[in-house]
Design a protein around this ligand. Structure first.
Ligand code: FES
Ligand code: FE2
Length: 465
């Protein structure tokens, strides 16, 4: 990996940079988290199509990536009481996340040591872990407690017949596990990411929505749909008149964490959409379609004041909405913190966005042992209204023909429809990757696809270890 080399700079998109966008914003000034910029040059080498289509490659990924990296499982508030369990399945493995009587949390292998039935197929509060097949019993701490046929198992020593325990770490209410007992500590891999997210008040957030969707593509193809914003121009064309996709900034936070920041309310130079549109018409479009500036259909109660930028107008609207929703005063935050998209991902598959209005989160996993289908989950983290503690949203898996845009959970938000546009690329992309054949190659951009390239770079790094 090369650091950004001023003598051989990565080509710059037409127009101003994200840093110049926030230079031009009115007060309050942008904070350090917005000023962070660490472009890296990961080169322009082709990427193999077989990374997405080869069964052999996928089986190596299971051993070397999925079973060696930190995996987000559930939120702490989803298992608040002793005995509360959450079942986490990944690449054919199954883990029980269990709240202990002393408040700590354990990750236990969710498989009976008798003849291998899964101990639990879904979560809930349990006093003990009793296998439904022949009734072997473990305590919620994983210690072996009872065998109805003890007389027939002279080989079992109670003390060493506990359920295998996995590494577990928590951060900001998120519970992560690792199958690898020798894995580096989770937080040691994140660089400045936790500080960024503290700034965005992740510790004051609750899970406001949680949906799952099965998609017909390799997990990396799904993840990559959210690692760049250059697809806005074709996939989310309705957002072109008010999205600064040329001003997107891509950063490496650590090997395991990358981000982009995409500004709202900026006109891109390359193709700004219909040129005759006034700022007011662009704002109207942003509000009609829905954006971080506000929900769809919101009336333009006050039009743009003379001299006011569309960006500042949208930010003001977002600020007012959030203040009304939460009861907090956000006058000290800069415009960009409300309306810009702060996309972060934690290698390999957990994306927890920053920003203040709503933090979009994704978790992407292979569907069981299928390398050409994935479970894509979307959850939204929102700042809790002052003095309240809303319960976490229940998870729901959408049906095969159910569009995200039709899911009542989105409550009219533009995000569902936007995600359907993303999903519409996934199946055809996987088909295209397959159609390229085993020797096919892909051509990634040097800057715009930097995060996608980092995903492959890190997979390769783990495969080589
Ligand atoms: S398989 Fe669990 S008790 Fe027999
Ligand atoms: Fe998208």
């Amino acid at each position: 990996m090369k650091n950004f080399d001023p003598a051989d700079p990565i080509a710059k998109a037409p127009g101003i940079t994200y840093q110049e966008v926030i230079d031009q914003d009115v007060d309050p000034p942008a904070p350090a988290v917005s000023r962070y910029h660490n472009p890296v040059d990961l080169g322009v080498q082709p990427i193999k199509a077989s990374n997405y289509t080869s069964r052999e490659y996928f089986l190596k990924e299971i051993d070397k990536v999925w079973l060696k990296t930190w995996q987000y499982t559930c939120r702490e508030e989803e298992i608040p009481n002793p005995g509360d369990t959450y079942v986490f399945d990944l690449v054919g493995r199954s883990v029980l996340i269990v709240r202990q009587p002393d408040g700590t949390i354990k990750a236990l292998q969710n498989v009976c040591l008798h003849r291998g039935r899964k101990l639990a197929t879904h979560g809930g509060c349990k006093r003990q872990l009793r296998c439904p097949y022949h009734g072997f019993v473990w305590g919620i701490d994983g210690s072996f407690q009872h065998n109805p046929f003890e007389w027939d198992f002279p080989q079992i020593e109670k003390e060493s017949f506990g359920l295998p325990e996995l590494r577990l770490e928590t951060w900001a209410g998120f519970i992560f596990i690792n199958f690898d007992p020798d894995a580096k500590p989770f937080l040691s891999l994140l660089g400045d990411y936790p500080e960024h997210m503290e700034h965005f008040r992740i510790n004051d957030c609750y899970k406001a929505l949680h949906l799952g969707k099965v998609v017909d593509a390799n997990w990396k193809a799904v993840a990559e749909a959210f690692l760049e914003s250059s697809h806005v121009v074709a996939t989310h064309a309705q957002a072109v008149p008010y999205s600064g996709y040329d001003q997107v900034q891509y950063d490496l936070i650590s090997d395991h964490v990358t981000r982009f920041v995409v500004p709202l309310g900026v006109i891109s130079e390359a193709w700004s959409g219909p040129e005759h549109l006034s700022d007011e018409q662009r704002v109207r479009l942003a509000l009609t379609n829905g954006s971080r500036g506000g929900p769809p259909g919101r009336d333009l109660a006050k039009s743009i004041k003379p001299g006011q930028t569309m960006r500042n107008y949208l930010a003001q609207m977002a600020r007012e909405n959030l203040e009304r929703e939460t009861g907090y005063d956000f006058s000290d935050l800069s415009d960009g913190e409300f309306v810009d998209g702060f996309s972060y991902d934690l290698f390999p598959n957990t994306h927890i966005w920053g920003g203040f209005t709503v933090k979009i989160c994704y978790r992407i996993r292979p569907l069981g042992l299928d390398h050409e289908r994935s479970l894509m989950e979307i959850f939204l983290m929102k700042i809790k209204p002052k003095g309240t503690n809303p319960p976490p949203a229940q998870y729901r898996l959408l049906g095969p023909d159910e569009a995200l845009g039709d899911a009542p959970e989105f409550n009219g938000s533009y995000l569902g429809g936007l995600l359907d546009q993303d999903v519409a690329n996934m199946g055809p992309q996987q088909e295209g990757l397959r159609a390229l054949g085993p020797d096919g190659e892909l051509t990634f951009g040097r800057y715009t696809d930097m995060r996608c390239r980092n995903l492959h770079r890190m997979v390769e790094q783990y495969l080589a270890s």
